[in-house]
Write a new protein. Sequence first.
Length: 328
Amino acid sequence: MSYPPDKLLYMRIVVLAGGIGGARFLRGLKQAAPDADITVIGNTGDDIHLFGLKVCPDLDTVMYTLGGGINEEQGWGRKDESFHVKEELAAYGVGPEWFGLGDRDFATHIVRTQMLGAGYPLSAVTEALCARWKPGVRLLPMSDDRVETHVAVDMDGERRAIHFQEYWVKLRASVEAQAIVPVGAEQAKPAPGVLEAIAEADVILFPPSNPVVSVGTILAVPGIREAIAEAGVPVVGLSPIVGDAPVRGMADKVLAAVGVESTAAAVATHYGSGLLDGWLVDTVDAGAVGEVEAAGIRCRAVPLMMTDVDATAEMARQALALAGEVRA
Ligand code: GDP
Ligand code: CA
């Protein structure tokens, strides 16, 4: 049974999103359910201070993608971008040079940092930035408190913890991740509106975002995982792993660090039936359906490549249909 069309109209959907995977999925979801009330809980564990500015890569990727400002090919950053500020900073010998902040993007981080400095919480700042971009969803940071994902690596004969961005962007995940630690998460509180949105949701979706450093970080904020498990509404996820590899990026490296195989089934059981009611795998992973269902999670194999918005909208429709099926 799927949701009747009238239900789709006013459906309240909560989505836990990272950057590219989350943002692209949301674009499809908006097309599939244009009248739904969508709240996005965004990962802020990737946030980093650069050049004195607060940068929130995942929130911005969602905001730019849904607001029409994204660099489509790259999947992050602004379109029609230039890099004069970065070049000027480099001329002063001021780095890091490995993080690509463009001129247009800089403005976002300046406004954000200015507002934070004036005492506004990140949730209010995000709302203010979205007043310009009109993403068509309510975008909430997972927390107003500082959470920073660190990666433990063995380098130069010693174990070190480095910022996730240094691991991902600078090192391109080229060294083995020994552990992933969302520093500050234990003390963080969900941002205003987060628990309320979960409690009022009709459906909760996990897009094909990174299960460890995107969705996993959001779930590490005390209260969020519990609220989802107790919401009593269908929770459906889409696999970011297709054919035993991430579609894009290096999710396999961080999955290995938490002892999870890079397969669609292993990611589902990592979330577990206490959290997930339904799971979509790609058609190439149809063989995994039995294993996921044996773990108590309803599973379907459908095309999961977000090649364009129509294909992504169909993925979102399949996720909502599965939610309708598992609905008690
Ligand atoms: P990030 O913060 O920019 O890394 O983005 P997310 O965490 O939201 O999403 C990253 C994940 O998206 C990666 O693990 C990819 O495997 C996954 N992904 C990207 N494109 C696709 C796609 O077309 N289909 C599926 N199923 N997953 C995708
Ligand atoms: Ca991210």
